[in-house]
Design a protein. Sequence first.
Length: 99
Amino acid sequence: MEPGKTQEQILETLGILQEECAEVIVEVSKIRRFGIDSVHYKTHMTHKKMFESEVGDVLAMVDILIQQGILDIRSLEEAKSAKKQKLKQWSNIYETQSK
C-alpha cells in the first residue's frame, strides 16, 4: 500500500518527520551526556540502539516523502554529496590522525 498524496496526508507526514527529528536530537544529547553505550533508565536499551531506532524512523519518513513526490531521490543524493564535500573542507570529520 502506497502512502496517500493529499495535502492533509503530506502535512501529516511532515509533522511526523518533525517529531522524529526532535527525537533524534534528544538521543544525540543523551549520547553526548551519558555515552553511546549507556543504558536508558526506562527502556533498558542502550542509547546507541535508541539512536538507531530514531534515525530509522526519520529514514522511514523520508522514504514516504519520496513516495509522495515531495522529495526527489536524485536531489537528495546530490545534497548528501555536497554536504560531504563541505564537511571535508570545514570540519575535522575526514581528517586522518597520524600517531
